[in-house]
Design a protein around this ligand. Structure first.
Ligand SMILES: [Zn+2]
Length: 187
């Protein structure tokens, strides 16, 4: 690079403006260059240490995955939760644990898998909240308003899975639902 050129630059380390002698100069001084180099090394070291931790953690996870009998701490790592949580799951009967000795509780991998199988069962449907009659039509009203037959109305409600509620001899559904279905102008 020619030394005749003068370029105004911002030092990457201290942020002050300086005249660079080459197009690749990044620092105003040797001091700043050294400082920056040290800082970069420090970052690299920290990253290397993180990477190492990751590798060790990964390796121990691989080991756990190949085991048939697991400790509480193994299970905590597998489920990424605390050992306290695992003990709670054992104590409330969600997970099977075997008290192997006074200080050691063991679990079987198959039990952990069963735990997940059970957890994957679909939840029972939520009970529907009772409808507020004030916000409802009864069937006769809908038939009159929208000029539909009783059968057509019931079919439509069923098809669209609209909640009905019976009070006395009347069956009610939410006005908003019915209007949405039968009067497309209302959104
Ligand atoms: Zn500087």
């Amino acid at each position: 690079m020619s030394s005749n050129i003068r370029i105004n630059r911002i030092c990457q380390q201290c942020g002050s403006e300086f005249e660079a002698k080459t197009t690749v100069t990044q620092f105003c001084s040797d001091r700043c260059a050294k400082h920056n180099y040290k800082a970069r090394k420090r970052v690299e070291k920290v990253k290397a240490s993180h990477d190492h931790t990751k590798v060790v953690r990964q390796r121990s996870l691989e080991e756990i995955k190949s085991k048939e009998i697991l400790t509480v701490s193994d299970v905590a790592k597998l489920l990424t939760c605390s050992t306290r949580t695992v003990y709670n799951l054992i104590n409330n009967g969600t997970l099977n644990g075997i008290k192997f000795s006074e200080r050691k509780t063991l679990l079987r991998r198959s039990d952990i898998e069963r735990f997940f199988d059970n957890a994957l069962q679909p939840l029972p449907p939520r009970p529907e909240k009772p409808l507020d009659i004030k916000q409802c039509y009864h069937m006769g009203e809908i038939q009159l308003k929208y000029n539909v037959s009783e059968k057509a109305l019931y079919d439509m409600l069923k098809r669209n899975n609209i909640q009905k509620t019976q009070r006395g001899k009347f069956v009610y559904v939410l006005k908003s639902k019915v209007d949405q279905l039968l009067n497309p102008k209302i959104k």
